[in-house]
Write a protein that binds this ligand. Structure first.
Ligand SMILES: CC(C)(COP(=O)(O)OP(=O)(O)OC[C@H]1O[C@@H](n2cnc3c(N)ncnc32)[C@H](O)[C@@H]1OP(=O)(O)O)[C@@H](O)C(=O)NCCC(=O)NCCS
Length: 157
């Protein structure tokens, strides 16, 4: 695996959002669904500026995925805002690497737990990472989609 990870730049926000769109379409959602999901797919500029968005990029410098975190300031709880891998690069371990980087970053922010709202197709990914299912919730931007809630306990360094 040749992809490296680095903090995202504000000027690549649109490119990262397109990765999220492609990954979500690849999960079987149509254009109408993408329009509804868009507020949740747009990468957050404030999180990029705060160094909370991490990009995986190939040897040629092309982004292949990203993860973004939102600290809550409450009891070491960190929200996984989003994790997306371009479908052309899926099942090569990039999502796992991005999640491991998110765990390291969370630990630096004194995080204890990462809270995840998983799309139906990503449940096996989080289960394999060792996250624990804690419930279910409707997707706020499209309540017809049920998300599985996971809590990932950050192990001591
Ligand atoms: C979920 C996602 C981030 C995984 O990224 P990835 O780089 O393909 O994941 P990895 O290669 O690290 O996969 C690690 C393991 O997770 C599991 N896994 C990953 N994607 C899976 C899928 N679609 N179905 C079943 N298991 C899956 C597998 O056990 C896989 O190991 P294997 O390939 O050896 O079988 C990516 O598929 C994605 O962007 N999905 C669409 C967007 C999305 O749902 N994001 C999460 C929003 S909560």
């Amino acid at each position: 695996m040749t992809d490296r990870v680095r903090p995202a730049h504000v000027d690549e926000a649109a490119e990262l959002t397109q990765i999220a769109v492609r990954a979500t379409k690849n999960d079987g959602f149509d254009d109408e669904a993408i329009v509804r999901f868009m507020p949740g797919l747009k990468v957050n500029l404030a999180l990029i500026a705060a160094g909370l968005v991490i990009v995986a990029e190939s040897e040629t410098g092309v982004p292949s995925g990203y993860v973004s975190l939102r600290p809550t300031g409450i009891g070491g709880l960190i929200l996984l805002e989003g994790i997306f891998v371009d479908p052309d690069h899926s099942r090569r371990g990039i999502g796992t690497r991005l999640f491991a980087t998110a765990v390291e970053l969370s630990r630096k922010m004194a995080g204890n737990v990462i809270l995840i709202n998983s799309s139906p197709t990503s449940v096996d990914f989080y289960a394999r990472l060792g996250a624990n299912k804690i419930g279910a919730t409707p997707f706020v931007f499209s309540p017809d989609v049920q998300l599985t809630m996971f809590a990932f306990a950050i192990p001591p360094a």
